[in-house]
Design a protein around this ligand. Structure first.
Ligand code: FAD
Length: 419
C-alpha cells in the first residue's frame, strides 16, 4: 500500500516509532500530535529491553543503532538477613549476616537497560524529516470507527481529517476511548515507588554489595519486591530502582481511579512512609543506597493494567501503552511499543487496503498485548500481592515458584514476533 495520510496521537516511545514505521513503509503524509511542549521529561528514567527483542527490533529498524545501553546479565534475589538486621559495617559484617542481604536465588537476566530520555531522543532523532512532529497539540477526541477515514479534534477547537489515526497516547488514551470505550484501566491494588541516583554515590556506603554492575538485585520482603539496576545516564551511569508495595494507608490518597493520582513526586508524608519501609524491610545496604536518592528524583504511582478489547476499529489503531497497559514486572513496555511499530510497517507493506492492514494488526498485536497483560498479572500476584515466605526458600524452590508464574511462557520481556 502506498500513500495515505496518518495522524499519530502522542509522540513518546510508541509515537516516534509508529511515525517512523509508517513513513518508511510508504505513507504519504505522517503527522505526530504531541501535547507536551519542549523536551519530554523523564519520569522514572530506567527501562530494560530483552536482548533477543533488541536484536529483532534492531533488524527491523524500530530500535535505532547507537542508543546508550547498559548490559545486564544476572538477577540476584535477596532477603534481609536478620542475623544482621541492624546492618554490619562492611559488605559482610555482623554476626553471620550481610549488609547487602542474603542471596536466595540467582537467575540469568539477558537484558540491556536504557535511560528513558536517551532512548526517546534516539527514537525522535530517527523520525524521518518528512514527518511533521507538532508539539503543544492536545487531542480531545477522535472519530473514525467507520471505513471513511478518521477525524481528530484538537484542544483549540479545530478538526483534522486523516485516512488513519494511530493512538500512541499512553495509558489514558483518548483514541482508545473511541476504539473500545468499555476497556478501562484496572488498579492492581498496589503502588510503585521509583527513583534514580548517580551510581558514583554508592561509594559513600563504603562497602561492596553492588560490586557487580551487570547484576540486577531484587530485594524481597513481605508484601513486595524492589528491583535495582544500573542504567546509562546523560552524564554518567545511574542506579535505577523500582519498588512495589501496598499503598500507604493514610486515608488521604486514592489510587483506584487512574485520574486520582497521576505519577508524581513525594509529599513529606510519602517520603516518611518510604523511609520507614526501607528501614523496616530492606537489607541495610540497599535501604541506605535507596535513601541516597534525591527526593526530586523519587516518584510514586499506582499500578494499573488494561487489556484492550480491540486494538483497531474502522480507521483507528492503538499502539504501545494505549493498546495495553502491562504491569512493569514483565519488563516489556518499550519492546512491545517498538514491536507494534514493526507490525504496522510489515502490515503496511503487505496490505492492499486500510481494512486489510487494520485487520492483520488486530490479529497479531491484540493477542500479543493480552498475553503480556496476563503474564504480568501473574508476576504481580506472586511478587507483590501474595508473596511467599522468602526467607525460608532455597534456589530450587525459587525456581519452581518462578516457573509457576510463567505458566508455560518462555520468559519475561515479551515474546519474539511471529513472522
Ligand atoms: C514522559 C514519560 C517518561 C517515561 N519514563 C519512563 C521511565 O523512566 N521508565 C519506564 O519504564 N517507562 C517510562 N515511561 C513509560 C514508557 O515510555 C512506556 O511504558 C512505553 O515506552 C510505551 O510508551 P507509549 O509511547 O506507548 O506511551 P507513553 O510513553 O505514555 O506516551 C504517551 C504520549 O502521548 C502523549 N499524549 C497523551 N495524551 C495525549 C493527547 N490527548 N493528545 C496529545 N498527546 C497526548 C503524552 O504526552 C506522551 O508523550 C515514560 C512515559 C512518559 C510519557
Amino acid at each position: 500500500m502506498r500513500g495515505g495520510t496518518v495522524a499519530v496521537v502522542g509522540g513518546s516511545i510508541a509515537g516516534c516509532a509508529i511515525a517512523t514505521a509508517a513513513a518508511r513503509a510508504g505513507a504519504g503524509e505522517v503527522v505526530v500530535l504531541e501535547r507536551t511542549r519542549g523536551r519530554l521529561e523523564d519520569r522514572g528514567v530506567g527501562l530494560c529491553i530483552h536482548d533477543e527483542r533488541a536484536v529483532e527490533l534492531g533488524a527491523s529498524g524500530a530500535l535505532p543503532e547507537g542508543i546508550a545501553a547498559h548490559p545486564l546479565r544476572r538477577r540476584r534475589w535477596v532477603v534481609r538477613d536478620d542475623a544482621d538486621g541492624a546492618g554490619g559495617a562492611g559488605g559482610n559484617g555482623g554476626a553471620g549476616g550481610s549488609a547487602g542481604g542474603r542471596v536466595i536465588w540467582e537467575q540469568p537476566f539477558p537484558f540491556h537497560s536504557y535511560h528513558w530520555g536517551l532512548l526517546w531522543r534516539g527514537l525522535r532523532a530517527s523520525v524521518p524529516d518528512s514527518v511533521v512532529y507538532r508539539q503543544g497539540e492536545t487531542v480531545t477526541g477522535v472519530e473514525g470507527t467507520g471505513t471513511a477515514g478518521a477525524e481528530v479534534r484538537l484542544a483549540g477547537g479545530s478538526v483534522e481529517r486523516y485516512d488513519l489515526v494511530v493512538g500512541a497516547d499512553g495509558y489514558r488514551s483518548v483514541v482508545r476511548a473511541a476504539v473500545c470505550p468499555e476497556s478501562r484501566p484496572h488498579y492492581a491494588g498496589y503502588v510503585c515507588w521509583r527513583g534514580n541516583l548517580d551510581a558514583a554515590r554508592l561509594a559513600e556506603l563504603g562497602d561492596a554489595a553492588d560490586s557487580v554492575p551487570e547484576a540486577v538485585t531484587t530485594v524481597c520482603f513481605p508484601g513486595g519486591t524492589c528491583v535495582v539496576y544500573r542504567i546509562p545516564g546523560p552524564t554518567g551511569p545511574r542506579v535505577n530502582w523500582v519498588l512495589y508495595a501496598p499503598p500507604p494507608r493514610d486515608g488521604q490518597l486514592r489510587f483506584d481511579d487512574p485520574t486520582s493520582f497521576p505519577p508524581g513526586g513525594l509529599t513529606p508524608e510519602l517520603a516518611r512512609h518510604l523511609a520507614a519501609l526501607l528501614d523496616r524491610e530492606f537489607p541495610p545496604y540497599w535501604g541506605r543506597a535507596l535513601a541516597l536518592t534525591d527526593p526530586a528524583d523519587t516518584f510514586v504511582q499506582p499500578i494499573y493494567d488494561l487489556e484492550a478489547a480491540r486494538t483497531a476499529a474502522g480507521r483507528l489503531l492503538l499502539a504501545g501503552d494505549a493498546a495495553s497497559v502491562v504491569r512493569p514486572h514483565n519488563t516489556s513496555g518499550a519492546a512491545k511499543a517498538l514491536q507494534d511499530a514493526t507490525a504496522l510497517a510489515d502490515g503496511w507493506r503487505r496490505a492492499e487496503s486500510f481494512e486489510e492492514l487494520l485487520c492483520g494488526y488486530e490479529e497479531t498485536r491484540g493477542a500479543a498485548g493480552r498475553e503480556l497483560v496476563a503474564l504480568a498479572r501473574r508476576l504481580g500476584r506472586a511478587q507483590v500481592e501474595r508473596t511467599p515466605a522468602w526467607a525460608g526458600m532455597n534456589g530450587s524452590e525459587m525456581e519452581a515458584w518462578w516457573r509457576g508464574q510463567l505458566a508455560g511462557a518462555p520468559g519475561i520481556g515479551g515474546r519474539a514476533m511471529t513472522p
